[in-house]
Design a protein around this ligand. Structure first.
Ligand SMILES: [Zn+2]
Length: 418
């Protein structure tokens, strides 16, 4: 099972973060959790085929969580998809999707299988296949919102091929029968017992997707003993009041769920746009739960790295990876512009870069205050030493070193931010 974060922003996208969506790759199929604007482009960039989508799970009807749905389905239509697509979400998803395609006068080539979740459920198995199922439970947000758990069913035990051969098993059919738990009788009348050849069933992997919500017991139930828990951490702890008011979690709330559920790996995402440096959130989460990682767009997370590494290869540059490679150079800075520069003198480069940044991108109404720490003044601060690169290296090594606090915006200037 491979988890690929496609968008880790909350509410409003930023220059480097996209709206909510996480892909789960398993056995060649893709399952999407939320479908924010740009999810289909991020899939392309992540190296995931849109034609391989089996199910799409929408958590709730805040626009940033489903605004990419119609565009994605439209692309599947243009790709002449024939296979059925399952759409799961709160009641109303069917009406929304059908209205859009009626409005556009489009008759889809493929069937949409809608699974609508009503508000009165305690829990519901919304998808149930031979080898996996998906469970939904209501969360605690400002509107009806569900969390999901993707659970592989137990896998059959491994067949001890050497032992089977030694006992006289030669045919594929005999192997299949043994694997299915049946005993096999050989021509000479000898009976080979399945349990002599086949090991114990192996527990399936699991993934929980929990966003948007305050802390709630259903989050813990969904995440119980998961291999990977993706949990929102919209705010840092010092904005716990704002988290409660807007129905969101702090990084400590995410860690609390991870602890109570005994998940193997916590991945936090859904970061407020105010955190230009989300490592502040990671540090808080790691104080209470380890291992905890930051969701990084397009960077895959594996349940079985030895088997899965290299299956999903992103097609575009991931900013953080490149930052860490560049960490040795002076005068390097983040942002797209620096990549175009020639390597003359690094001192000149930094001057030029500084000048360019200061003369552009200041037109917005929320850009005026010099008290704020935002992306405009970030390059100057990052220049000596390159802190973001150092943080990323630490993250890769699995250690956590102190990161500098980025002062959160004050309440009066976050009119459009969560
Ligand atoms: Zn959200």
């Amino acid at each position: 099972m491979i988890i690929v974060p496609l968008g880790v922003a909350s509410a409003t996208p930023t220059a480097t973060r996209h709206l909510s969506s996480v892909a789960l790759w398993r056995e060649g199929d893709v399952h999407l959790f939320d479908c924010g604007e740009n999810a289909q482009m991020r899939m392309l960039q992540a190296g995931l085929k849109r034609s391989k989508i089996e199910n799409i799970f929408i958590t709730h009807f805040d626009v940033d969580h489903y605004s990419g749905l119609i565009g994605l389905i439209s692309t599947l239509q243009l790709q002449r998809r024939e296979k059925e697509l399952t759409l799961v979400g709160p009641k109303g998803i069917k009406e929304y999707v059908e209205w859009n395609f009626n409005f556009a006068n489009i008759d889809l080539n493929f069937d949409l299988n809608f699974v609508e979740i009503s508000e009165d459920i305690e829990s519901e198995r919304v998808v149930d296949k031979d080898d996996y199922f998906v469970e939904a439970r209501p969360l605690n947000h400002t509107k009806f919102c569900v969390g999901y758990r993707f659970q592989e069913k137990d896998k059959p035990g491994k067949v001890d091929a050497d032992k089977a051969e030694a006992l006289g098993i030669t045919e594929d059919e005999q192997y299949k029968a043994l694997k299915a738990g049946e005993d096999v009788e050989l021509e000479d009348g000898k009976v080979i017992k399945s349990y002599d050849i086949v090991g114990h069933p192996r527990p399936g992997d699991s993934f929980a997707y929990i966003t948007d919500t305050k802390y709630c017991p259903n989050s813990v139930k969904l995440a119980m003993n998961t291999n990977i828990l993706y949990h929102e951490a919209t705010f840092s702890d010092n904005l716990a009041d704002k988290a409660a008011e807007t129905g969101h979690s702090t990084s400590s709330d995410a860690a609390r769920v991870a602890n109570e559920a005994q998940t193997k790996l916590l991945v936090i995402g859904h970061f407020s746009a105010r955190y230009t440096n989300p490592f502040i959130l990671l540090r808080e989460a790691r104080e209470k739960f380890f291992p905890a990682w930051l969701a990084t767009e397009l960077r895959p997370i594996y349940t079985d790295p030895a088997q899965e590494k290299g299956i999903v290869k992103q097609k575009v540059y991931i900013k953080e990876i490149d930052e860490s490679k560049k960490s040795s150079g002076r005068g390097q800075s983040r942002g797209g512009g620096d990549r175009k520069k020639r390597h003359s003198s690094s001192r000149d480069d930094s001057k030029r870069f500084r000048k360019r940044r200061s003369s552009s991108g200041r037109g917005g109404p929320d850009r005026g205050s010099s008290r704020r720490s935002n992306s405009d003044n970030q390059p100057r601060r990052k220049r000596r030493p390159d802190r973001s690169s150092r943080d990323q290296n630490d993250y890769d090594k699995g250690t956590s070193r102190p990161t500098k606090h980025i002062t959160p915006r004050t309440p009066f200037d976050d009119f459009d931010r969560f």
